[in-house]
Design a binder for this molecule. Structure first.
Ligand code: SD4
Length: 331
């Protein structure tokens, strides 16, 4: 009897081990055979700088790399680019002249990591990943995030460009805070990917709204708001006015709508309609608001929708890398 019990126990453990093995992807494992119906690998990301970022992510994906590595490599491109004035190095400062960055990352096992209001570090996404992989926590902010980053060997750098400083000084003359999310067609980068193993991950990184109050945190580092990944269903990320995205727990909502059977496109549309409704209920003017969502499901189908025109997103799959204008509500 005890032998039988042991046998049952051992074989049950073996079954669990095999199940875990086939769920986990690793370098040696062969990718799941592409069954005509699944469009993988694929990476999608927000705004026109997404094209270049997708290119870096694609290098990882096409070599059967993990979606997590792809999205980190992808968003690091605009983070490092001083010409991109809304992400990482070169990002516009807050109203006190300080560049404070927000980022988060989520993998196929629902591991999450996030940093908010982080100063002096060019690659907040990699700090977010380190929070995920090397701490028992999921989010570090401000000085604590900086101390952690330095302890991990991230270099401390000045992120404020001369041009940004000039703009800020100009802004100080009136000190009017009126965030315009669309204005230069390149804001937060949110990126989601499905790798050749059929696993999803996502990353989101930003300097947030220009000239925000010091300490203001938007949706981008908040799991469920600016980014959400459910490896059984799909992934979503957001750009635009973070306050509005947080109000509806935007990206979690988009993923839950996909769980209910909606296509990525319909899920994004419904999340935007929620924002539209709440804006009306709150007697605010929809014209002052921009939010865009992009979503990807387990089949590699994707979609996007936003409040007003001007938002675009980049898609890279086996058919190439292209920029698509998102459909929108306010026509
Ligand atoms: C934020 N969602 O900090 C970001 C900013 C952004 O397009 O995406 N702008 O609220």
């Amino acid at each position: 009897m005890s032998n039988r019990r042991n046998f049952i126990k051992t074989s049950a453990m073996a079954t669990v081990a095999v199940a875990l093995q086939s769920f986990r992807s690793n370098e040696e494992e062969e990718p799941i055979i592409t069954s005509g119906k699944i469009n993988k690998p694929i990476v999608i990301s927000t705004w026109n700088f997404g094209v270049k970022a997708n290119g870096a992510a694609w290098e990882v994906l096409k070599n059967n790399g993990r979606a997590l590595d792809a999205v980190e490599a992808g968003v690091k491109i605009p983070e490092a680019d001083p010409k991109e004035r809304s992400v990482g190095y070169g990002g516009r400062p807050d109203r006190d002249g300080r560049v404070t960055l927000d980022a988060c990352i989520m993998d196929e096992f629902s591991n999450i990591g996030s940093v908010a209001c982080l100063e002096y570090i060019k690659h907040p996404i990699s700090v977010a990943r380190a929070v995920m992989e090397k701490t028992p926590h999921v989010m570090l902010v401000g000085d604590g995030a900086l101390q952690f980053a330095l302890s991990q060997g991230f270099p401390k750098e000045n992120l404020l460009l001369e041009e940004s400083e000039k703009e800020w000084k100009e802004w100080l003359k009136k000190s009017e805070y009126s965030p315009k999310a669309n204005i230069e067609n390149h804001d937060t980068i949110g990126m989601i990917a499905l790798d050749s193993f059929g696993n999803l991950s996502g990353a989101c990184t930003t300097s947030g709204m220009a000239f925000k109050m010091h300490g203001r945190v938007g949706d981008s580092p908040i799991i469920g708001a600016g980014l959400y990944v459910d490896n059984e269903i799909g992934a979503a990320t957001a750009t635009g006015h973070g306050e509005e995205v947080i109000r509806i727990a935007g990206c979690h909502l988009v993923v839950e709508l996909m769980r209910q059977g909606k296509s990525p496109q319909k899920a994004c549309e419904e999340a935007v309609s929620r924002i539209v409704k709440l804006t009306k209920n709150r007697n605010k003017n929809l014209k002052d608001i921009q939010v865009g969502f992009i979503a990807l499901n387990k089949k590699g189908e994707y979609g996007a929708y936003c409040v007003q025109g001007g938002f675009n997103y980049a898609v890279n799959d086996n058919s190439g890398n292209k920029l698509i204008d998102s459909d929108y509500f306010l026509k």
